[in-house]
Design a protein around this ligand. Sequence first.
Ligand SMILES: Cc1cc2nc3c(=O)[nH]c(=O)nc-3n(C[C@H](O)[C@H](O)[C@H](O)COP(=O)(O)OP(=O)(O)OC[C@H]3O[C@@H](n4cnc5c(N)ncnc54)[C@H](O)[C@@H]3O)c2cc1C
Length: 375
Amino acid sequence: MSIATRAHGLEEVTRFADEVRDTVHERDAIGTYPADLVPRMAALGLFGRCAGDLRTYALAMEEVGRAWLSLVPIVNAHSTSVWVIEHYGTTAQQDMWLGPFRGGDALACLALTEPHGGSDLASVRSSATRDGSGWRLNGHKTYITHADHAQHMLVLARTDIEESRSTRTLGLFLIDRDQYTVVRKLPKLGTISVETCEVTMNDVRLEGDRLIGEVPGRGFPQVMDALEVGRIAVAAAAVGVARSALWRAIERVRERHAFGAPLADNSFVRQRIATMTTQIAAAKGLVQIAASAKNDGGRHDVETSSAKVAAADAAVAASLMAMELGGGAGYTEDLDFARHLRDATLFLAGEGPNTLLDSLIGARMVEATPDLAWI
Ligand SMILES: Cc1cc2nc3c(=O)[nH]c(=O)nc-3n(C[C@H](O)[C@H](O)[C@H](O)COP(=O)(O)OP(=O)(O)OC[C@H]3O[C@@H](n4cnc5c(N)ncnc54)[C@H](O)[C@@H]3O)c2cc1C
């Protein structure tokens, strides 16, 4: 158990992660949904943890990522709803949803991306039009994580279709499982035990209280704020995957011999292990910096994006180096190396593609003044 998890009272999460890790090889090979593990994650308080100290939340997500990445999107997708209701919901919405949502008794997925594009969220076409005191929702979303098993979906939709490119005409609506249809589950490279879906909403009548905050036009800043917490969670999970790949590689080079000595004695092998270790440690530090900044409130584009980019790169690099050190076995499914690499590639696109986040970091930094910049 790491010093960090012990110091933050996360021993139970670490024990859970160790237990899952012992069965992950079989679970991932079958690719079935982890129905037995979801209630256990609820009992560990993982579904409400983003409402507390984000540094501890990040450490918890790192542990879950270290165990099995397929579990992370289930928590992360749901946590967006917890965050937006906690920060932007009306008192009535908080009274109604926060209890079951924090406890994991009801789980939500998050529907932003549409078939025509995901990076450019200002182009959302799904629409919510006024219908008396409520709304009528129509839309088409894709790549939606956990959409089939979730009980609710948080949907970004346009409340004024005349303003088709404006970020001020978007709202977040919380809808129920019977108000959307899963039209397709997409086969994919990694995280195969949690579904990624295309969904439609056809002329769904919603009460007025399903718009988060009940004032139209505020969905874009609400979701951008929540996505920063998502980036912290995903970056932390990437550190977890990278740590798992590193330790599998270390185990392997300790026990495997070549040229009459353990691979671990070879200086080139040690250099690879050193590179992985340094990149992972740097990414982990950035995740904690981002979580600390977000704990203080407000928007933290640069910190959260830097953490996500660094951790994604560290996870992909570590998984690739670990596979290389695994030799022929690294490429097979006998050990965990191939799974780590498949799962790690998700980090390049998920929770903001790295190139998009790099654009954002660059823009913020050239606009910043040195006395205000954090770096
Ligand atoms: C497994 C998985 C799960 C997902 N889960 C969800 C979910 O639960 N909910 C949800 O709403 N979405 C989800 N997504 C969608 C994900 O958020 C999008 O794929 C992502 O936002 C990119 O959108 P896109 O695929 O439309 O890429 P596009 O917008 O077509 O962009 C393609 C690539 O172009 C580059 N690019 C685009 N614009 C810029 C720019 N301005 N600067 C620099 N580079 C740029 C990026 O590298 C990007 O990857 C998921 C995706 C995957 C793969």
